[in-house]
Design a protein around this ligand. Sequence first.
Ligand SMILES: C[S@@+](CC[C@H](N)C(=O)[O-])C[C@H]1O[C@@H](n2cnc3c(N)ncnc32)[C@H](O)[C@@H]1O
Length: 218
Amino acid sequence: MRFDSYSYRSIARVYDFLAAVYSRGQIGATKRMQIDSIQTGNRVLYAGAGAGSEILMAARFGARVTSIDLAQEMLDRVASRFAREGLSCEMICGDVSSHKPDELYDVVVVNYFLNLFDLEHARVMARHLCSLVRPGGKLLLTDFARPSGGPIAALICEVYYRPINWIAWALGFCALHPILDYERLLEPMGFRIHSARRFPVLIGANPAYVSIVAERNP
Ligand SMILES: C[S@@+](CC[C@H](N)C(=O)[O-])C[C@H]1O[C@@H](n2cnc3c(N)ncnc32)[C@H](O)[C@@H]1O
């Protein structure tokens, strides 16, 4: 099974801007709240890291950060932000599915990453990422939220999500698939969902993004 098909190198410069516009700032909000789940001195892995300011926030807070991404262009953007502040971060350019650290992480952060893959690949990748969290440690995950409510809620989410999934798929940035159900995915992997906060894009509960805090059973 391969996981190296969806590098974002060609859009590294504009990815954060596009995400902010499309989500009306809510993608950033889902990631900023993660700092509440990170403690000074934690070993934190950002899987499919991108170039977001949340990585810098964690380092400013005293976390020991590792960023892994297929796209060197994304890592370069993170590196220049770190350099400006005199902070350090381990940067690994490559496929996170082959990452085998000597020591497990206190926190593994998976932002808008598992949704690149179809369900089968997402399940295998999730299992790998879960295996990198120490017992009692945390998995922090953000993504599109599943509909909250009946058929109208499902329709609203589909209208918001499906066209962007088609476009991203056509451009080679992800697979085609429904919005993933992380509770069903993570609980059999030995994780308990501690919280799942929704961030609606407009007025009303749908469509929305979700920021999940899950804990690995001790
Ligand atoms: C949708 S972007 C999300 C970036 C970042 N997590 C964020 O929230 O802004 C997905 C990122 O995963 C990276 N990526 C894709 N497949 C990967 C893999 N197998 N290993 C590591 N990074 C990967 C892409 O290059 C891209 O930067």
